[in-house]
Design a protein. Structure first.
Length: 153
């Protein structure tokens, strides 16, 4: 049981690095054409963003993990990697789309140093609408400087 929980936790933490890497080198790289409307509201038509396509893409690896983990004999551990990936997807969705960008409802400010730092860090990411020169590509792991800054959120 402990092993299974550890696999889920490790997969979850690993996904923060995958998300950071993908955001920095793919979304601000070759697939900027899908991500740029997330940086520039004027490019959006309606509720959905082109950027939302990444949710579908990120669902594929966890789907494959569920499939392999439940069907292939001896690969049950893969199922727990899949669970870790989808839990991260859920956390990303709740933090990024529901909390930071208030896409579904206006959540009242949660007053904690950590959530304020998340807002500052992602606010700094959105400060530019360009592919280059952006900072703060991660989500849950926040650079120390955003904890102490007095920047308005
Ligand atoms: Zn970005
Ligand atoms: Zn954003």
């Amino acid at each position: 049981m402990l092993l299974k929980i550890s696999i889920v936790v490790i997969a979850f933490i690993f996904m923060e690095f995958v998300a950071w890497f993908t955001h920095k080198y793919i979304m601000h790289g070759i697939l900027w054409c899908w991500h740029k409307d997330h940086h520039n509201p004027q490019l959006r038509k309606g509720f959905f963003e082109r950027n939302d396509r990444f949710f579908l893409i990120f669902a594929i690896p966890s789907f494959l993990c569920y499939l392999i983990g439940s069907l292939a004999e001896g690969y049950q551990a893969v199922l727990f990697i899949g669970i870790g990936i989808s839990l991260y997807g859920l956390a990303y969705f709740l933090v990024h789309d529901v909390f930071i960008h208030s896409r579904f409802s206006r959540i009242k400010r949660i007053n904690s140093r950590y959530t304020d730092a998340i807002l500052r860090a992602h606010g700094a990411h959105h400060a530019k609408q360009t592919k280059e020169d952006c900072e703060s590509f991660g989500m849950l792991i926040v650079n120390r400087k955003y904890f102490n800054s007095r920047r308005k959120i």
